[in-house]
Design a protein around this ligand. Sequence first.
Ligand SMILES: Nc1ncnc2c1ncn2[C@@H]1O[C@H](COP(=O)(O)OP(=O)(O)OP(=O)(O)O)[C@@H](O)[C@H]1O
Length: 275
Amino acid sequence: MPTPTDAAGSEPGAAASSAPTPVIEFVDVEKSFGNNVVLKDLNFQVARGERVTLIGPSGSGKTTILRLVMTLEELTGGYIYIDGQPLTHHKRDGKRVPVSKKEQKRLRTRIGMVFQQFNLFPNMTVLENIIEAPIHVLGRSKKDAIAKAHSLLEQVGLPEKADSHPSSLSGGQQQRVAIARALAMDPEILLLDEVTSALDPEVVDDVLNILREVADTTNVTMLIVTHEMGFARDVSHKVMMFDGGHVVEEGPPDKIFTNPEQERTRKFLSAVLGH
Ligand SMILES: Nc1ncnc2c1ncn2[C@@H]1O[C@H](COP(=O)(O)OP(=O)(O)OP(=O)(O)O)[C@@H](O)[C@H]1O
């Protein structure tokens, strides 16, 4: 299977550097919906174990970035690499050559995503929701998948809900199941897309505390879109401010939240933080 190194001089990005291969790399990424160019010439890297929060005005493309990594949106230009492997297209002699579906599926198994709207399978029990992909995608034995699911249900504080259906759970409980389901795949990369935005305020902290613990106890790489700036500050190594399809500025949360360099970042933060 070709890697950036195999295709030296052809694939862009990580191959040119002697630094460790980034776990996520965007190279000249463009994403359009019809005539609406949402992302243009977007370049950034996320290192292994790094937790990066994306901030920026509504419509700046934050969710689109996560959905591109999850291959839920079609990439219209440029390249995305996961662990140095092209996710959707190789660069060969300046041309974009699609990656095989099989290879794309293999890379996708390393990535988990938690959505704003939980997206649990309504006809399955909580346990079935959690074991489905480990068994059918990873080929894990049913016994092992069930054992891991029970341990994850303990971790998210819902050990007694294994046989319940999602419709009988509160929003906060459904989101905790969705986190357990994502973790059941042992993802290298966890994408969190506004995971508390659809929740009642009183359960937001329950969900964020589970994610804080995941951040504290694992080395999973995280790409986070959230309006919870306290959470972003606690868990992120880096905050990236997007606007107009580009990274406006990036840096450690303390720097970005207290002393941003760009006027656009200052304006955005004063609007969301109310000062
Ligand atoms: N499936 C789609 N079809 C057409 N346009 C889309 C689609 N998904 C997103 N867009 C457009 O892409 C742009 C970026 O949307 P996106 O949801 O990524 O922004 P965002 O920064 O996450 O915004 P918010 O903070 O409001 O969630 C918007 O102009 C949006 O209308």
